[in-house]
Design a protein around this ligand. Structure first.
Ligand code: ATP
Length: 217
């Protein structure tokens, strides 16, 4: 890929939902990103065992992002890794693959920002990528709700979308105005009680979930 700004989006995607799509759409538009790299988690180190096999989560991602307006790549590196996956390893691999010039914009919701200081080598993440964080109902993006060391990094590295687009790594953009009250946990719970109508999940993904009897035990 010879793009100049690539959005990086990691997650369990168990299942992918409209919150994920909203977040990706928001930053894609804001940064005018040239491409989107989806990175489904293998065995995330901070979450309990995932409900669904990687093959299903990848198939659902493919359906959800089928009509995405820019090139989308599903990157299986974390799924293929045998040990628990750490974002720092993924970013090192991406930087090696894509070279030093491209802007890498790692997207996340505010729930992840609150935990950032517990991630392995979290301060080194900025050597490889920029961080793009969006608000999420119930989670703080304000400085007094964050670990002081994370708050300091935000003050030091805060930048505009235009700067992120043209800078390879080291900057942070926090978007406080996204408010999509959607989580995979809520969706898995609703599916266990087989309530399909109104679920914030793309139709094609819901069809896939039904065909494969996912989330029903
Ligand atoms: P779970 O409920 O199982 O913990 P989740 O809904 O948080 O899952 P993940 O796949 O773990 O979904 O999330 C991947 C990334 O997307 C994370 O950075 C998360 O913060 C972000 N994200 C998920 N849902 C939203 C949302 N509604 N608004 C903003 N960011 C979101």
């Amino acid at each position: 890929m010879s793009a100049s700004c690539i959005l990086i989006f990691g997650g369990s995607f168990d299942p992918v939902h409209d919150g994920h799509l909203g977040l990706a759409r928001y930053f894609s538009t804001l940064l005018q990103a040239d491409a989107l790299r989806l990175i489904p988690a293998g065995q995330p180190w901070q979450k309990p065992q995932l409900a669904t096999a990687a093959s299903h989560r990848i198939a659902m991602l493919r359906l959800a992002f089928a009509n995405w307006p820019s090139p989308v790549q599903i990157d299986e590196q974390e799924v293929l890794r045998e040990q628990p996956s750490y974002t720092i390893d993924t970013l090192r691999a991406l930087r090696k693959e894509l070279g030093p010039v491209v802007s890498l914009a790692l997207m996340m919701g505010a729930d992840q920002l609150q935990n950032l200081h517990t991630w392995r080598e979290w301060q080194q993440l900025f050597d490889y990528a920029n961080l793009c964080v969006a608000a999420r109902p119930g989670f703080q993006t304000e400085h007094d709700g964050l670990a002081p060391e994370v708050s300091r990094e935000i003050s030091r590295r805060s930048a505009s979308a235009a700067q992120i687009r043209t800078t390879p790594c080291g900057l942070i953009f926090v978007a406080p105005n996204l408010a999509l009250d959607i989580s995979a946990t809520q969706i898995r719970q609703s599916l266990q009680h087989s309530s399909r109508p109104g679920l914030p999940v793309p139709e094609a993904v819901l069809d896939y979930i039904q065909q494969h009897h996912l989330y029903q035990s």
